[in-house]
Design a protein around this ligand. Structure first.
Ligand code: ADP
Ligand code: AMP
Length: 218
């Protein structure tokens, strides 16, 4: 099963993708995580994308499509959760081609609906474990012990450079201009499943599980 988690920055895509990995044996493909890894690698591509990401703008389609293509080539497991990809219509077309070339298809697009005020609160309180990637929030999901990851015990908890009000404004603008047209695109294909992303994490997970169970059973 291949699914897309679609929604603005801070909607909860990463949080839900990590749960789905554990619960359903799917593999999370986050282009944001891949790009953050690339920027620490000191490569030419890493240098190119760093400034774009910090400003909150979108990286060029060819770079992210290339990253996804690499992962699909090496792909094993029961399918993928695309998290933060596609973000443009060109990326959506490329994904369809790539999946077809690998004898696969898209099964569902889960749209996490969250309003802008909630996004600002989510982004300003987000921190993640630099070692295992677990996602936390100051108010809604704090780590049990301050400064220590519940999952792996690491004390390497970090805030993202682009999780600031200025970059968030640009990220939201990019989302509405370039990514939100995908909602209509996937609706027309009969693949869109909206979910109330304002609900607590457990409730959102239950809504998604209901959808995947429905489409998974013949
Ligand atoms: P995205 O991957 O869409 O950018 P994240 O999964 O990183 O979003 O979530 C953004 C922030 O909001 C994180 O701090 C996370 O802990 C918190 N969060 C995620 N889902 C919910 C939810 N349903 N209710 C409250 N907070 C949430
Ligand atoms: P995310 O971790 O999904 O919030 O992404 C962080 C940043 O990485 C974005 O603001 C973009 O600069 C870049 N990025 C991630 N995914 C994509 C994508 N599919 N297309 C273009 N840029 C992306």
């Amino acid at each position: 099963m291949n699914i897309i988690l679609l929604g603005p920055p801070g909607a909860g895509k990463g949080t839900q993708a990590r749960r789905l990995e554990k619960e359903r044996g799917l593999i999370q493909l986050s282009t944001g995580d891949m790009l953050r890894e690339a920027r620490t690698s000191g490569t030419e591509m890493g240098r190119k994308v760093a400034a774009i990401m910090d400003a909150g703008e979108l990286v060029t389609d060819d770079i992210v499509i290339g990253l996804i293509e690499e992962k699909l080539k090496s792909g094993e497991g029961r399918g993928f959760i695309f998290d933060g990809f596609p973000r443009t219509l060109a990326q959506a077309d490329a994904l369809e081609d790539l999946l077809a070339r690998h004898g696969q298809k898209l099964d569902a697009v889960i749209e996490l609906r969250v309003d802008d005020d909630a996004l600002v609160k989510r982004i300003s309180g987000r921190y993640t474990c630099g070692d295992c990637g677990e996602v936390y929030h100051d108010d809604t999901k704090p780590s049990a012990e301050a400064g220590k990851c519940d999952k792996c015990g690491s004390t390497n908890l970090k805030r993202r450079a682009d999780d600031n009000p200025e970059a968030l404004k640009t990220r939201l603008m990019e989302y509405y201009k370039k990514t939100s047209p995908l909602i209509g695109y996937y609706y027309a294909k009969g693949l869109l499943h909206p979910v109330d992303g304002l609900a607590p994490i457990e409730d959102v997970a239950r809504q998604i599980a209901g959808i995947l169970d429905r489409i998974g059973s013949p």
